[in-house]
Write a protein that binds this ligand. Structure first.
Ligand SMILES: *[C@@H]1O[C@H](CO)[C@@H](O)[C@H](O)[C@H]1NC(C)=O
Ligand SMILES: *[C@@H]1O[C@H](CO)[C@@H](O)[C@H](O)[C@H]1NC(C)=O
Length: 291
């Protein structure tokens, strides 16, 4: 009679434990001093999202944790919603650089780097010249300059942001080394290359065998991959997928490195209801500091 409830609560306890270890929960923003960066797929960001004040307020709270945020899935060629979000973030403290809409079909997305001009200087931004046409959405490459506490000087760093196509993850992931090599050639004066984004690198789009042979996830001598397959970057409670990834390639001074890598569970971290969190996105941001 009492066995079933006991088993059920044991099962719930067990589930709870598994979720805790697989998704990082963080209430406090990353430590100040180093550059605070995040990569964030904000689902279908555009005018509809901007018409919901509660969701906008939550997006602003999340972006305000950082100094630079690479945002994927902006869908507003008019840029009206991007300009509105800049006002909501604080026009004098925040600026952005946005790509043109990218994608092979009529479905297109813009990539946006949001940044605080008092913390970083945007030097260049361009879409990767994808001559072999490996990518549905050509990665967006940007070079920033910031004050590195660890190097005790101004340094330059390159970001390669990409939202890989779910049905083509294996092929596009194998093309990332070419995009990274190109970034290295274009910006030889950077001290490192951060490759980040929603790679859709798990669950229905990439199986264990494919993950264990992907070059950027399995070549630590060249590509330092920070998030393993057991991390959950999805907001939904019934999914556990390590879609969003972070890879660092050393290029210059060894003091310039990635630290404090976390997946920010904003439902728990900001005390939101599931519905309010899911209104923001189906992905959590991946956050880190650049020392
Ligand atoms: C924002 O970026 C634009 C385009 O790069 C630039 O013209 C403008 O001066 C920047 N504004 C601030 C406040 O940094
Ligand atoms: C989520 O968004 C919908 C609109 O799509 C809205 O009706 C609902 O109130 C929102 N929920 C919360 C908790 O913000």
């Amino acid at each position: 009679m009492f066995l079933l409830p006991v088993l059920v609560s044991l099962g719930l306890l067990f589930l709870g434990t598994v979720q805790e270890t697989n998704s990082f929960v963080l209430n406090d923003p990353p430590p100040k001093g180093a550059l605070r960066v995040a990569s964030f797929n904000i689902r279908r960001f555009g005018r509809t999202v901007m018409s919901r004040p509660a969701t906008v307020a939550n997006i602003v709270r999340i972006i305000h944790r950082y100094d630079v945020v690479f945002v994927m899935e902006t869908r507003d060629a008019s840029m009206e919603s991007v300009r509105q979000l800049r006002v909501a973030l604080g026009e004098t403290q925040w600026n952005y650089t946005a790509s043109v809409p990218v994608g092979r079909t009529t479905y297109k997305e813009q990539y946006v780097y949001w940044y605080r001009p008092d913390m970083v200087k945007l030097l260049h931004a361009h879409l990767y010249d994808d001559t072999p046409d490996d990518f549905n959405r050509d990665p967006y490459i940007a070079q920033f300059q910031y004050w590195s506490q660890a190097a005790a000087s101004e340094v330059k760093v390159t970001f390669v942001g990409a939202h890989l196509k779910p049905d083509d993850v294996v092929k596009e992931m194998e093309a990332l080394p070419n995009a990274i090599a190109s970034a290295k050639r274009v910006f030889p004066d950077s001290e490192g290359i951060v490759t980040m984004g929603d790679f859709n690198a798990d669950c229905n789009y990439m199986n264990g065998a494919e993950r264990s042979t992907a070059t950027v996830l399995n070549t630590p001598s060249k590509y330092n991959s920070y998030l393993n397959d057991f991390v959950d970057t999805t907001v939904a409670h019934d999914t556990n997928c390590a879609y969003d990834r972070l890879v660092f390639t050393a290029q210059g001074r060894s003091e310039v490195k990635v630290a404090n890598v976390k997946v920010f569970d904003f439902e728990k971290g900001m005390g939101l209801s599931f519905d309010a969190a899911y209104n923001v996105s189906d992905h959590y941001p991946v956050e880190f500091t650049l020392e």
